[in-house]
Design a protein around this ligand. Structure first.
Ligand code: BYC
Length: 316
């Protein structure tokens, strides 16, 4: 009983710190469920950054100019870096990168639904940078104020790079939209295909989101899935107009009374199909990741052997 009281006291103190906007740091006491939620969210975020390299990496060898190739290479490398910051943030919670990657390979850990869609044309690289990184930034700007210190600090660095990514995507779209009729059609097709999956990135509607209420109370999430999705729509529609492309949803309309754009219904059946592993590219993405991990085994083995030898020398 006395011990239960202590646990309750600790939880009360923890919540008071969160309410006072204090950052929680790795060695601080935290509820087991807070730790578990953070490991889930941060690791899924890390996996998304790394798996997200695949649809873009697909176009490095086919970028239409040396400048486009250099920019895309730099962007894809940035995503690898984001994955590393995030795996490191997750490791401060007492897990290891090996455990996290294993959970991904066993299908236990998710990664963002968006990366299960193919990049079929060069315009898709524009759409990914503009829409996908655009959606990611909206979510991540809010996460810069998340309650867990290492995650918030990783987000600050990541957001700086993401805004460059978003601009490079928009610049590709702008060049295509102002180009030949064929290029403009390619840009329109990429917008049409990536629009709905981008809206799905923010997760289910608030009343269908099992993790939201607790994550908002703990200030892991600072804005709800629907709030962030609405921000994305409001920010992006004027950008579509500047491109001179058609709106990808006939129900997109400014609502004066709400002060926001209204939009059509999202196909949630498609979303759940994709996050359960049955999207267009799920198997391909996972198999590629598993193969890349195996192909890198010899490097890890060599590093371990070197480290063992160094320790042996130090001990002698
Ligand atoms: N895809 O209760 P909910 C990037 C899952 S950008 C897959 O609302 P939560 C990049 C959710 O995990 C993308 N799964 O969950 C950009 C949960 O299942 P579990 C990465 C999704 O966590 C460009 C279930 O649905 N960004 O990396 O409160 C280039 C119920 O949902 C999705 C982040 O990860 C989805 N779209 O809220 C390269 C941001 N949506 O876990 C790379 C950090 C929901 O219980 N994450 N689910 O089995 C978050 O902010 C939150 O985790 C979410 C979901 C808003 C995504």
């Amino acid at each position: 009983m006395a011990q239960r009281q202590t646990e309750q006291d600790l939880e009360r103190r923890f919540q008071a710190r969160v309410d006072a906007e204090e950052k929680i740091e790795p060695k601080d006491w935290m509820p087991a469920a807070y730790r578990k939620t953070l490991i889930r969210q941060i690791s899924q975020h890390a996996h998304s950054e790394v798996v997200g390299m695949q649809p873009e990496g697909n176009w490095i060898t086919r970028a239409p100019s040396l400048r486009r190739k250099a920019v895309l290479l730099a962007k894809v490398q940035d995503e690898a870096g984001h994955g590393l910051y995030l795996y490191s943030a997750a490791e401060t919670l007492g897990t290891t990168r090996e455990e996290l990657v294993e959970a991904l390979h066993r299908g236990k850990a998710k990664y963002s639904s968006i990366f299960n869609y193919p990049t079929l044309t060069w315009a898709d690289i524009g759409a990914v940078g503009w829409l996908v990184d655009g959606a990611a930034i909206i979510n991540q700007v809010a996460l810069q104020r998340t309650s867990y210190g290492p995650y918030a600090r990783a987000m600050i660095r990541i957001c700086k790079e993401e805004s460059f990514h978003q601009r490079q995507g928009y610049e590709i779209m702008l060049a295509l939209a102002k180009g030949s009729a064929q290029q403009k059609a390619m840009a329109q097709d990429a917008l049409n295909r990536f629009w709905w999956p981008s809206l799905m990135m923010f997760g289910p509607n608030d009343d269908e989101s099992p993790n939201s209420a607790q994550s908002m109370k703990w200030k892991i999430k600072r804005k709800s899935n629907d709030q962030l999705r609405q921000e994305f729509v409001d920010q992006t529609v004027p950008q579509i107009e500047v491109l001179g492309l058609e709106l990808p949803d006939p129900k997109l309309r400014w609502n004066e009374a709400r002060g926001h754009y209204d939009f059509g219904a999202i196909d949630w059946e498609e979303f759940y199909r994709v996050i359960k592993g049955n999207g267009p590219c799920n198997r391909q993405r996972l198999q590629h990741h598993i193969k890349a991990e195996r192909d890198g085994d010899w490097v890890r083995e060599a590093m371990r052997a070197y480290e063992d030898k160094r320790r042996g020398r130090e001990a002698a």
